[in-house]
Every structure is written in structure tokens, then in C-alpha cells.
Design a protein around this ligand. Structure first.
Ligand code: NI
Length: 173
């Protein structure tokens, strides 16, 4: 396995729409494994392929993680995920993103979703998610469509965060 570099905003690649995975083969499985390793190391609870520069509809999530002493990790890889149902009820979580380091903001999303996807073996699966998992999957699917959580905020808040990130990048280069 290998750690992959994570793109940070502003980066034009994060605004692109990812392509469906044509076949779940060994190359995809290696990408999934590397993405899990990268996500746990970061640490984060979700990672979309475009965040490591791969423009494919693939994401990994684990809202429990490896540091929870009471619960086992719950890694889920979702390939070509499609939301098939959302609840009328909303929930609000303070979101962050490995591609938007050190910034957090409340985002409103449907509280529950159903999502169908292919798993690491290429088998069709359907998941009914609520709580943090529902929010996390929606956040990651947004990435596949070139949307960051800051795009759910007011233009004023979004631009403030993006300007700060750009300034950091310029200082680092
Ligand atoms: Ni994110």
C-alpha cells in the first residue's frame, strides 16, 4: 500500500466531474486500499478519488476509524455510488475536508439516504445510511461532481476560506 498526496483547494482538479469506473479490477482495488491508508493516516473519515488526483467515481469512508476503543473500524468503499433516496428531514453537521485544511462549517443535508454502489469486489450493494455516515457519503459524492463543502456556504464565507487557502499555498511555494 502507499500513501497518496491529497490535493487542496483551490485546485482546478477538485472542480472536475469524475468518470464512472468501467471495471472493478486489481488496479481499482489497489487504489481503494491506498485511499483507505491515506484517509486513516490523514486522519479523515472520508476520501474521494479526485482528492488524490484520480478522476474516477470512487470513494472510501469510515466514520468510526481505527482509534475508537469501543467500536471496530467500519471501512466502506463505494464505487460508482448513486443516491437513490433522500429523507425529507435534514440534519446539520460541522463539516471539514482534507482538501480544505483547517476550516470547518455547518452544512445542512438530508438526514438519511439510500445509496447504491459497487463494492471492492464489483458486487452491487445498497446502503441505508443516517447520522454522520449519511452526511459523510453525501460530502464525498459531492466531490465526484466537483463540489466542495464550502460550495454549500454563502459566497462571502466560501471566498474568505478560499482566499486564506490560496495565501497559504503561495507562502508555501
Ligand atoms: Ni472532502
Amino acid at each position: 500500500m502507499a500513501l497518496l498526496p491529497i490535493l487542496t483547494a483551490p485546485d482546478p482538479r477538485l472542480k472536475t466531474i469524475s468518470e464512472p469506473v468501467a471495471e472493478v479490477n486489481d488496479e481499482i482495488r489497489k487504489l481503494v486500499d491506498d485511499m483507505f491508508e491515506t484517509m486513516y493516516e490523514a486522519p479523515g473519515i472520508g476520501l474521494a478519488a479526485i482528492q488524490v488526483g484520480v478522476q474516477k467515481r470512487l470513494l472510501v469512508v469510515d466514520v468510526i476509524g481505527k482509534n475508537d476503543e469501543e467500536n471496530d473500524p467500519d471501512p466502506i468503499a463505494l464505487i460508482n455510488p448513486e443516491i437513490t433516496w433522500v429523507s425529507d428531514d435534514d440534519s446539520v453537521y460541522e463539516e471539514g475536508c482534507l482538501s480544505v485544511p483547517a476550516h470547518y462549517a455547518d452544512v445542512v443535508r438530508p438526514a438519511e439516504i439510500k445509496v447504491k454502489y459497487l463494492d471492492r469486489d464489483g458486487k452491487e450493494q445498497e446502503l441505508h445510511a443516517d447520522g454522520l455516515l449519511a452526511t459523510c457519503i453525501q460530502h464525498e459524492i459531492d466531490h465526484l461532481d466537483g463540489i466542495l463543502f464550502v460550495d454549500h456556504l454563502s459566497a462571502l464565507k466560501r471566498n474568505m476560506i478560499l482566499r486564506k487557502l490560496l495565501k497559504l499555498k503561495k507562502q508555501a511555494s
